[in-house]
Design a binder for this molecule. Structure first.
Ligand code: PLP
Length: 392
């Protein structure tokens, strides 16, 4: 069968692949420690679930406006203003079926074949594939482990060309957990504005930063920059709602309308019941977010220390998100030409620990482990890793 060139250019999400493989092993009854999945292990908070149940009872089960119900758009604006002192209006909001969908809409609306998109590396898998699907070219900007993968404006500036159409930022970063400093973000916003380049800021993990760092959104920067700026947000990670599929985009009304055109022929509105649940998530008590944050802080402290105690592994302290990105180069190469992907496969099948290899994110010496998992599971996972690496 001849498939389109568009589809031939992309491959299935490597994180989704690990997820599928891990699910298969679990269904075979294997006691797997799953550190691969990028999702909170907490249940969705009770008040949010109740809002959804109520929506069903009230028969809120029909199509909604494609760009989302007004109540939710207002709730998104409210939460953003409360948390980040931003000043958006509902006309600048598009509700989507998850943050991933918002990114896909945005790239489809902006990128033509041959356009360049600057992406700091390591990067989240979907960025590269969504750009390729649209026919754009990715220009990766390598951030280094010695700088804890922190990006600078100068690195971005050096990567720009006449063809650059979009800069894609993700802070806190998946997979490295790196957080870009506010000073550098400001410089990048200024640079994008001056050069008339669009700037996407994926802030899906913005509520999870550690070590006393302030939570930050690029939307807090001067209104001047907003014309070029697109903020991607999601309730998935913040409220432990990955399966509900609600995300959003804050952008100029022109761009919102362009994305709406695409969405109107694709998914239509995000799930009506989940939209009502998201309203409660954003307007209701934020205690659950704080509880998760405290728990992630403890888990982060545990896993970074425990990994660094395994001979041959070195692990940076990530500033945000809920991933660690340890370096495993000591175990690579050799007669077997071992790669991080081989290691991840062996870990899955021999040690029954699911992790994602760095190749998925554009680096070759790392594994990504999610600590959105109970301390008990993390301890078991680290013990298995220790035994596995000792035998290599
Ligand atoms: C960096 C980043 N952006 C966006 C998303 C999308 O999340 P969702 O589509 O569940 O909102 C993810 C999910 O893993 C992510 O890691």
């Amino acid at each position: 069968m001849r498939l389109s060139q568009r589809v031939a250019r992309i491959s299935i999400s490597s994180t989704a692949k690990v997820f599928a493989e891990a699910s298969k092993l679990k269904s075979q009854g294997i006691d797997l420690v799953d550190l691969g999945a990028g999702e909170p292990d907490f249940p969705t908070p009770q008040n949010i679930k109740q809002a959804a149940i109520q929506a069903i009872h009230k028969n809120f089960t029909r199509y909604t406006p494609t760009d989302g119900i007004n109540e939710l758009k207002e709730a998104i604006v409210y939460r953003h203003t409360e948390d980040f002192q931003s000043n958006y209006t509902p006309e600048e909001v598009l509700v989507t079926s998850g943050g991933k969908h918002a990114i896909f809409n945005l790239i489809s609306a902006l990128i033509d074949p041959g356009d360049e998109v600057v992406i700091p590396s390591p990067y989240w898998v979907t960025f590269r594939e969504a750009v390729s699907y649209a026919g754009g070219n990715c220009k990766f900007v390598k951030t280094t482990e010695s700088e804890n993968f922190r990006l600078t404006a100068l690195q971005i500036e050096n990567a720009l060309s006449e063809k650059t159409r979009l800069i894609l930022l993700n802070s806190p970063n998946n997979p490295s957990g790196a957080v870009i400093s506010q000073k550098e973000l400001h410089k990048i916003a200024k640079l994008a504005y001056k050069r008339n380049i669009m700037l996407l800021s994926d802030e899906c993990y913005c509520h999870f930063v550690y070590g006393g760092l302030p939570q930050f959104s690029m939307a807090s920067l001067s209104k001047t920059y907003q014309e070029n700026l697109i903020i991607i947000g999601s309730v998935s990670k913040t409220y432990s709602m990955t399966g509900w599929r609600v995300g959003y985009c804050l952008a100029s009304p022109i761009l919102v309308k362009a994305m709406l055109k695409i969405q109107s022929h694709c998914t239509s509105n995000a799930n009506s019941i989940a939209q009502k649940a998201a309203v409660e998530a954003l307007l209701g008590s934020q205690n659950s977010v704080q509880t998760m944050h405290i728990e992630y802080s403890k888990r982060r402290a545990f896993i970074v220390q425990a990994l660094n105690e395994i001979p041959g592994i070195s692990c940076n302290w990530p500033d945000g998100a809920f991933y660690v990105y340890p370096n495993v180069k000591q175990f690579l190469g050799g007669v077997n030409k071992m790669t991080a992907s081989h290691l991840a496969l062996q870990l899955l099948h021999k040690a029954h620990v699911a992790v994602v290899p760095g190749e998925a994110f554009g680096t070759h010496e790392h594994l990504r482990l999610s600590y959105a998992n109970s301390i008990h599971q993390l301890k078991e996972g680290v013990n298995r890793l220790k035994t596995f690496f000792e035998t290599l």
